[in-house]
Design a binder for this molecule. Sequence first.
Ligand SMILES: [Zn+2]
Length: 174
Amino acid sequence: MAEEKLIPSFQVDHTKIVPGIYESRVDQIGDQFCTTFDIRMKKPNLEPVIHPNAMHTIEHVVATFLRNDEEWKDNIIYWGPMGCLTGSYLIVKGHPKAEEIYPLMVRAFEHMANYDDVVPGTTPETCGNYLLHDLAMAKYEGALYLKALKEAPCFEYPKAERILTEKGMTFFDS
Ligand SMILES: [Zn+2]
């Protein structure tokens, strides 16, 4: 569908983003769709970002949760941190709305905020930097995001004109 392909054709104004769940792009692979969501946990450029150690722990704990969630596990393609440390990417099969992802994120961050076990995959054999973790801060950040989701759920990005790079290429990532 041509309409589906037009979705990334706007530029998000990062100075106006608040924590929430946002559709970032939709890709078509054959006759299937694959949707990338920005799980935005911080206001970019306006508040401290998530510490890399906490972000790494969120990656491990939430990825494990998502891959075991009865409703969504077969549709989860990817979960991982944004390089800017203001949130995570969630890639799922199909083209669900951000509102449909909401209950899953509430479950995932309730799990993160209350997690009280060994962080999965934190041995030298299973992780590329197994000492780069901070469960206490991951729980703190998880609880903050959960609060934002529950008190002021936001599903739509402020849109601005697309920014072009010097060579005329568009910049897509967050
Ligand atoms: Zn790791």
